[in-house]
Ligand binder design. Structure first.
Ligand code: MG
Length: 295
């Protein structure tokens, strides 16, 4: 199922989105008899048998649907339990286009770059992304596959990594490019309010074959800027989960942004940064499309 958070008649609810995106079903209509505080609470506590029962009801019972034009989709997780865990420079073509900007000459493939991205709130589909002219005049997009951890663990072996995944979403790692470079470490330039965008749904892992080979792309005002496939990740998902979890606990509900492919705005000459009024749309095959405009 494609799990979502949404607002309906003034209430925040959890549910599932039909694959065609045209209607939502509340969790209560799928037979869940208990309340969940939010998506993280759902991920942390839902059992395999509850998921199976909901799946059966989803497929067989024609649960009550709410047309999507009657709801407002939110990011599936609006308030993360920790900063988002991010992988930097994780597609080779993006590494090549970034070598000069980030002084990466000599970086070895096995040296994976991890950083964190603060987000007190994650923006959702169709939500405006704030801009900060005068502070960030180099606003950039990064389409990424997000992995949502489903089970807490430490020292996870690569072959066990899928067991610790709940599902996947589309993430836009919006970046203040000049601020990112100014402070050497990337946190500040990645963490402006509104610069974490995710959705429309968390697609449960059971719907996708593993390892993932998913096309991902980013368009700005309809122009294709990024186009790649997750099989081209330098550090693949088992490697990321195994490495990050070495002597560091990953918790259910944690979000990992797995890196962006080539074609970010700064690599064009002249650069193609985002400006107020622009529409940015990130897509991942079988996971969804996340479209926002710049305020
Ligand atoms: Mg990124």
């Amino acid at each position: 199922m494609h799990f979502i958070s949404f607002e309906h008649q003034g209430n925040i609810k959890l549910g599932a989105l039909l694959p065609d995106g045209r209607a939502a079903v509340e969790l209560s209509a799928l037979g869940f008899e208990r309340e969940f505080e939010n998506m993280v609470h759902f991920i942390q506590t839902v059992t395999e048998s509850e998921l199976s029962a909901a799946e059966s009801r989803w497929n067989n019972d024609n649960p009550q649907r709410i047309p999507v034009d009657e709801i407002r989709l939110l990011a599936p997780i609006t308030r993360p339990i920790h900063d988002i865990l991010c992988v930097g420079i994780n597609y080779r073509a993006h590494q090549e286009e970034s070598e000069e900007f980030f002084s990466l000459q000599g970086k070895k493939d096995e040296q994976h770059i991890y950083f964190s991205k603060r987000a007190s709130r994650i923006s959702g589909p169709d939500e405006g992304i704030p801009s900060y002219p005068g502070y960030d005049d180099c606003m950039d997009y990064e389409a990424e596959l997000a992995v949502i951890i489903g089970k807490s663990g430490r020292d996870i072996a690569p072959e066990d990594a899928e067991d610790y995944i709940f599902g996947y979403s589309v993430f836009n790692d919006v970046t203040a490019r000049a601020v990112q470079k100014q402070h050497v470490q990337w946190l500040k330039g990645k963490s402006l309010d509104g610069y974490s965008v995710m959705g429309p749904a968390i697609v449960h892992k059971s719907l996708l074959p593993f390892p993932l080979e998913l096309d991902l792309s980013c368009r700005v005002n309809g122009e294709l800027r990024q186009s790649s496939n997750t099989r081209l990740l330098i550090a693949d998902i088992p490697t990321i989960i195994s490495e990050l979890s070495q002597s560091m606990t990953l918790e259910a509900g944690d979000i990992i942004a797995t890196g962006t492919p080539a074609g970010v705005g700064i690599r064009f000459d002249p650069p193609k940064f985002l400006h107020s009024g622009d529409e940015v749309s990130c897509s991942i095959n079988l996971v969804g499309t996340l479209t926002n405009h710049i305020l």
